[in-house]
Design a protein around this ligand. Sequence first.
Ligand SMILES: NC(=O)C[C@H](N)C(=O)O
Length: 353
Amino acid sequence: MSTGGKDRLDAFPVYCVPVTFPCVIVHGGAWNVPQDRTQHTLESVQTAAKRALKLLERSPNDGPCSSLSIDAVECAVRYLEDDGMFNAGYGSCLCADGSVEMDAFMMDGSTLRTGAVACVSRVKNPVVLARSVMEQTPHCLVVGQGAERLAQQLHIPMVPSPMEMISDVSRKEWESFRHNFEGAVDTLFLQQQAQHDTVGAVAIDAQGNIACATSTGGITGKRNGRVGDSCLIGCGGYSDSRYGGVSTTGHGESIMKVTLARDIIFGIQSGQDPCTVMQHCLQDMYERVGGKGGAILLSRQGQAVVGFTTSRMAWALACHRHHDDVPTTTTSGIDATSSSTTMGNDICTTRRE
Ligand SMILES: NC(=O)C[C@H](N)C(=O)O
């Protein structure tokens, strides 16, 4: 993949869906999902979104947490980390030497508290540790051995050996790309071969608190110690309850260069239409630095937006509708043509002319 800018990006999908709160949106990574993986990928993000919505529907007094949206994004991401078919938690991509190094991020948009971890190998659910960094330390990002020591101190579940986080799928990908990080990037984002991808979620509770979370194993063949965008504030995610929340996925080095998540929230903050913001930010990342990827956004104004410049990105949205007989609606999709909705004609697909 070129690290320089590209002149032109072909048409790409941006979905905009009006939402009511509480509401949660989940993604399973922007990449070229092969046909035989689409169903599983889609079903898993749908289940993650529905489970997370259940938490959002609790009364705020049911738990010790000030924001149900934090519980919801943790629930969705943890579910996908355990799935094994995503590049997060169990089944994460492998580094050049065949080891696992996972990154995760969480942000509470009402307080701007942030927690993140990078290069952890034995933490069963990195997103749980990211939340603990946010809630139980004065820090924003803790990495490597220090992060694993923190997990031990806080009794966060860890596996006895990093080998237990490695799936057959990730091992196969490593065999193809262990000496070829650039090849892995091209294959993941441009061509269609069996790989798997990053996960993320954004939630708004009934009070308007917005949280986001992202988790990844990075990209196969990465150098040991390489930290991607997913755990970096403003890159892999950003939440500000006044404007919205974002989780991103794609070529990490490109996302970092344009601080994609913050760029999207900044567009909303400047009063631009969320759909247009998504389109411009993804387009800009490609034209400036040649990076492909995708993002999910929930805006405080009540819009869910999904955009991706890869051929596919699985996403699912679950909302509580107070005012009709059916309390929960879900909307989901995986490519430019297929999307299902129970919300009527409220999906629009916009494309670059
Ligand atoms: N596929 C991904 O989203 C990978 C992740 N953004 C990284 O570069 O670490």
